[in-house]
Each structure stands twice: as structure tokens, then as C-alpha cells.
Design a protein around this ligand. Structure first.
Ligand code: FEO
Ligand code: CA
Ligand code: CA
Ligand code: CA
Length: 598
């Protein structure tokens, strides 16, 4: 079938029940979802189903230490406020994870992905200077803090020994074969072994040995070139580095590629953090490749190798997986600490028709499949630092912006959000819509349920769409999308231990035209056994829903509300009145004390 004909054909069955044959179910699996759906909303609030309660846990600028000052509406930038920024909860909370403590407390580790200059400065970010750059650099990174359950919900424990901020200035070690490579060396770090900071920390992962993984995504926003004649390398271009950065940080010479051409090579990695040891130095894991990492989902193979599934969030970039060289051994905690040091990185090639098919993982190994000097690769470090370029050489399949990846609780099926891709011209089975404005969720299972296998089968779990606006073509979405649950741009994705699939959206919230009837961004719950999708939560004005974590008993759910009021949209969430809107983590409970979603 011609690719172009695919969209026109009427024989395409918009079914969510593909080759997995998951139609024969017991009643329990049919009744996974117990709440009444909430309608689409344009209100400036977080709305949850009847019988549920929602309240803020922490918002941007709230203090983590007794001696810190909460963020002030005066928005004054000076030495004190710049230093203070490292003692408050950072901006734009994104991926997060809970680490249990012995006595019912938790350490909550949260990414602070980026900054909204339009809200943190009195000039709405119109003019940049070095003080503002330093302030911004202190507001992103990671926030780590203890929380504890009290009668009326979880509270932040100020001054806990676990409380810590990691910013764009925190020293971070490099591990794996790119450590010390000449492309990693800079004037400030001649050995290429120690990086200052982690940036644009999007979503996350959690290892079976109790560490947090934070994923560096849009680091290109931070880099520019002051020299208008700077010749951008093929690699710099592929990773999106331009003369003028999004943030204007090139006035800080570290972020000026005409002065420090290798500094961008030191971002775009997965960083491992031990939250239980607040003095530990985080580690950039170069074995997992450099790209715009969204999240990382770790599963163990049957024989205990560590398999990490990852997406590169950019139009027409790839899906990846990593397999560790050594096995996980619960009896040897110290050795597990190095499992992400060494292994094999693979990239996905996907074929099929009618929204399902087969795929394979192609190893990104120096010297194989054209990854050699003829194509500009001189070592495995070159391959890992330029994973995108390597993926293209080996024939990986360009995807519709891979965001989060989630494994079902049995570890058999892997789901991934492909958020949208307005740049798609040539369609294929897994990315079946040109100018894809709504996004889809793909899932795959490895051959013989073996995550070490290089072969897999896949199908589309859902195509998001608008069945009211476009009832007659693929834009209507799969049959599990209705006027009641429609949304666009699936992004955050996580299973709870009962098998419910939670979906968070980061899409167009105009509620007009192509997006009419969808309202604000939202969170939905899907039953992967039946394909049913039900709306669970709606977000405030101009916010994204991203980041999810559960208490051990699954009776409290933590959800991230990111950038309410972005681009000066009229939000005052969560404090109301005339206040500056603030990214916030909310905690959600069921009034009857039950499990969330039941
Ligand atoms: Fe930070 Fe692709 O989302
Ligand atoms: Ca995202
Ligand atoms: Ca997104
Ligand atoms: Ca975002």
C-alpha cells in the first residue's frame, strides 16, 4: 500500500484491540476504573471526580529550609534572592518519584524542568542580564525534600537532612565511555570528567536499587553563539543549537558555543541521583546515549539484566533502549550502583500496516552498521554523544515526538506516548497521520516476553483525535476516543500497580477549532484490557499536567501542574486573587480512603 493512500483508505479499522488479543478478560479487569468522569473544563482550577479531594503539596518558590525566604511578588533580583533561589522549590515541576523512609515518610524527588521568565521578572523577561541568568540557573534542576503524612494530608518537612537542591551549578560526575572524551573537555574541565549542573530536567525514572534518574531534555534552549560567524557543526545543528538561545544565556560564556563549543555535549544525558545520600555527587550516565531525553522506564529482563526504555522528544526522532552489561543482584547493592555504567544502546526500527506490525532494535555499536569513520564516528563515545546522528545512519524510524514510556505492572507490554508531530510529511503505520496535531499511544511487547530480544510486535493503543470535528478520517482518533473523553497531545504516562494506565496531556488548550471540546490540559485513566479511557482531572488555565507518583498504599496520588498561566495567560493558580501563577504539585485522595482510580 502506498503510504499516501493509507490516510484515505476506508479499510483501516480504528480498533484499539490489535494483535494482543486482549478481548477475553475477567470481570475484575473490566472494572478497573471506578470513578465518574469529569467533563472538559476551562476553569482556573484543578478539578477531580466526585468523591475525590485535591490540595496543593508544594508550589514554585515555597521554602525547603527554615532560613529561606518564600518567593516574593516583588520579584527583586539581587545577590540575596539569587542565593535564596537554591533554597526554595524550583520552577516548572515535572517528573517526580517517591523514595520511602522507614517510618511512613518519603523523600520526594522532583525535576524543575525550566523557567517562565514572563512570570519571574518584573519586565516579564524582556531584558536579560547576568544576574537574571544566575537566578534562572538556580531555579531549575532538581528539588529533593522529605514529606510526611499528617491528619490533613502530606506536608513538606523543612530542614530535613534529605532536603537538597541540584541546580545548573551542582558538580556532576561523568560515567561511561564518553567520560574524558575530547568532545567532553572544556576550558573549565580539561579532563572532561566533571560537569556543572543538569538542565531542562523533564521526566524521570526510578531504579530497583533505590536511585532516581533525571532526564535532560531541551538543553538547546540554554545555548547560543555570540559570534555571528560561528560555524555550527552537523551535531550542533541536529541537537537544535542556534545563534540565539531561547533563554539568552549565551551572555554567560559557558553557554556561548562560539567560546565553549563542547559545553552542549555535556547535556542531554540521563543523570543518576542517590536521594538517600544528600552528600552524594550525581552521575551522568553516558552509556544511555545523548538526546533530548523525556523519561526512562526501567524493567528487569527475566534473567535480571537492566533494560531501560527511552524516548527522544523532538519531531522525527527515535525510540531507544539500553541493556546493561551486568545483571541486577539484590544481594549486592554496591555493585548495582554501577549497572548503568556499561551496556548496549539500541534504537527502534518499526514496520507494519493498519496501526500494527513488527519492529526491531538495532544496536548502536561503533564499527557496525556504518557507525565508522566514513560517517564521522571514530569511537563508541562519538556514537553515544551523537546518538541521533547514529540512529539515522542505522535506519531508525522517525517518530511523532516520543515522550513518556511506561511498562505495565507485569512488565510484558511497554507503552509510549507520541505527543504530536506537526512536521510529519511521510506517514507510516506507527505514525499514520501527516501534520499530526493530536498524538497517539503506541505499545509493544518483546518477542517471547523477553526484553533482551531485538524483535517486538506493536500496535496503536489509541490515536487521540476529535471525533466531533472530524468524524470521517483518522483525525477522529481510534474508537476509544469519544466526545466525552477527547484530548490532544498525550505526554506523561504511568501505570499504577493494579494496571490502570494514567495519561497526562501537554497540548493545545485553546478549546477552539481542531481542539474544540477538549478544554484545558487533563489527566485520563485508561483500562489497557478494554481500551476504555476516562477523564480523571482537568488542569488550570494554560497549565500542563506532568509528573505522577503514588504513596505505597496507592491512596494518595501526587500530580504535577506545570506552568499555569504560561505566556501571561490569565491564571492565578493556586493562590487566586491577583497572585502570580505557580507550578504546583497537588495531592489527591479519595474521600472514602480508597485506592485512587478504584
Ligand atoms: Fe519536557 Fe517532552 O516534555
Ligand atoms: Ca513531557
Ligand atoms: Ca510535551
Ligand atoms: Ca512543559
Amino acid at each position: 500500500m502506498q503510504r499516501r493512500d493509507f490516510l484515505k483508505t476506508s479499510s483501516v479499522t480504528l480498533s484499539y484491540l490489535g494483535f494482543f488479543g486482549l478481548t477475553s478478560l475477567n470481570a475484575k479487569e473490566n472494572n478497573l476504573i471506578g470513578f465518574k468522569a469529569v467533563p472538559a473544563s476551562t476553569q482556573d482550577d484543578v478539578i477531580v471526580p466526585d468523591g475525590y479531594e485535591v490540595k496543593p503539596l508544594i508550589s514554585f518558590g515555597d521554602i525547603l529550609f527554615d532560613n529561606a525566604m518564600p518567593l516574593s511578588e516583588k520579584k527583586i533580583i539581587n545577590k540575596n534572592t539569587i542565593a535564596n533561589a537554591t533554597k526554595v522549590f524550583g520552577d516548572n515541576n515535572d517528573g517526580m518519584a517517591l523514595f520511602p523512609l522507614n517510618d511512613n515518610g518519603y523523600i520526594l524527588v522532583v525535576n524543575n524542568e525550566y523557567i517562565n521568565p514572563e512570570w519571574i521578572f518584573n519586565d516579564n523577561g524582556k531584558n536579560i542580564n547576568l544576574d537574571k541568568v544566575a537566578y534562572e540557573q538556580n531555579l531549575l534542576g532538581i528539588s529533593i525534600f522529605e514529606i510526611r503524612q499528617e491528619k490533613d494530608g502530606f506536608k513538606v518537612v523543612l530542614d530535613s537532612p534529605y532536603n537538597r537542591r541540584i541546580t545548573a551549578h551542582t558538580p556532576i560526575r561523568i560515567s561511561g565511555v564518553a567520560k574524558g572524551h575530547k568532545s567532553m573537555q572544556t576550558q573549565a574541565d580539561k579532563k572532561g570528567e566533571l560537569i556543572l549542573g543538569t538542565l531542562q530536567n523533564c521526566a524521570n525514572g526510578q531504579t530497583p536499587w533505590g536511585t532516581y534518574l533525571t532526564c535532560e531534555e531541551n538543553f538547546d534552549y540554554c545555548f547560543g553563539a555570540s559570534d555571528s560567524n560561528h560555524n555550527f557543526t552537523e551535531s550542533q545543528k541536529r541537537y537544535g543549537i542556534k545563534s540565539k538561545s531561547v533563554y539568552g544565556w549565551e551572555i554567560d560564556s559557558r553557554f556561548d558555543v562560539s567560546k565553549n563549543p563542547n559545553e552542549p555535549n555535556r547535556f542531554g544525558w540521563i543523570v543518576e541521583i542517590d536521594p538517600y545520600d544528600p552528600k552524594s555527587t550525581p552521575i551522568k550516565r553516558t552509556a544511555l546515549g545523548r538526546f533530548k531525553h523525556e523519561n526512562v522506564e526501567i524493567v528487569l529482563s527475566k534473567d535480571s539484566y537492566v533494560v531501560a526504555y527511552m524516548g527522544d522528544d523532538e519531531a522525527n526522532e527515535f525510540l531507544y533502549k539500553f541493556i546493561s552489561k551486568e545483571k541486577f543482584n539484590p544481594k549486592n547493592p554496591q555493585k548495582n550502583r554501577n549497572l548503568l555504567e556499561e551496556g548496549t544502546l539500541y534504537v527502534a526500527r518499526i514496520q507494519g500496516e493498519n496501526l500494527s506490525g513488527e519492529g526491531e532494535w538495532i544496536a548502536l555499536n561503533y564499527g557496525q552498521n556504518g557507525l565508522d569513520s566514513k560517517n564521522g564516528f571514530y569511537s563508541q563515545a562519538d556514537v553515544l554523544i551523537n546518538a541521533r546522528l547514529a540512529g539515522s545512519i542505522v535506519g531508525a524510524t522517525p517518530m511523532d515526538r516520543p515522550e513518556w514510556i511506561a511498562a505495565d505492572p507485569r512488565g510484558e507490554y511497554i507503552y509510549a506516548t507520541l505527543t504530536n508531530n506537526k512536521k510529519r510529511e511521510i506517514t507510516d503505520a506507527a505514525n499514520p497521520r501527516a501534520k499530526n496535531i493530536y498524538g497517539q499511544i503506541i505499545r509493544w511487547n518483546p518477542k517471547e516476553k523477553n526484553h533482551l530480544s531485538t524483535k517486538f510486535k506493536w500496535d496503536i493503543f489509541l490515536l487521540a483525535g476529535n471525533p466531533v470535528q472530524y468524524p470521517n478520517d483518522l483525525r477522529k482518533g481510534t474508537s476509544n476516543i469519544t466526545s466525552e473523553n477527547m484530548f490532544n497531545s498525550p505526554d506523561g504516562l504511568k501505570f499504577d500497580k493494579f494496571g490502570r494506565l494514567w495519561i497526562q496531556s501537554d497540548g493545545d488548550y485553546s478549546n477552539k477549532g481542531d481542539y474544540a471540546g477538549m478544554g484545558n490540559n487533563q489527566m485520563l485513566c485508561a483500562n489497557p484490557n478494554t481500551g476504555e479511557v476516562r477523564r480523571f482531572l482537568t488542569a488550570p488555565i494554560a497549565a500542563e499536567v506532568t509528573g505522577i507518583a503514588f504513596s505505597k498504599d496507592y491512596k494518595t496520588m501526587f500530580v504535577g501542574i506545570q506552568h499555569p498561566g504560561e505566556n501571561l495567560a490569565p491564571s492565578h493558580y493556586p493562590n487566586g486573587g491577583n497572585s502570580t501563577p505557580r507550578s504546583t504539585i497537588v495531592q489527591i485522595t479519595k474521600k472514602d480512603g480508597g485506592v485512587i482510580g478504584s
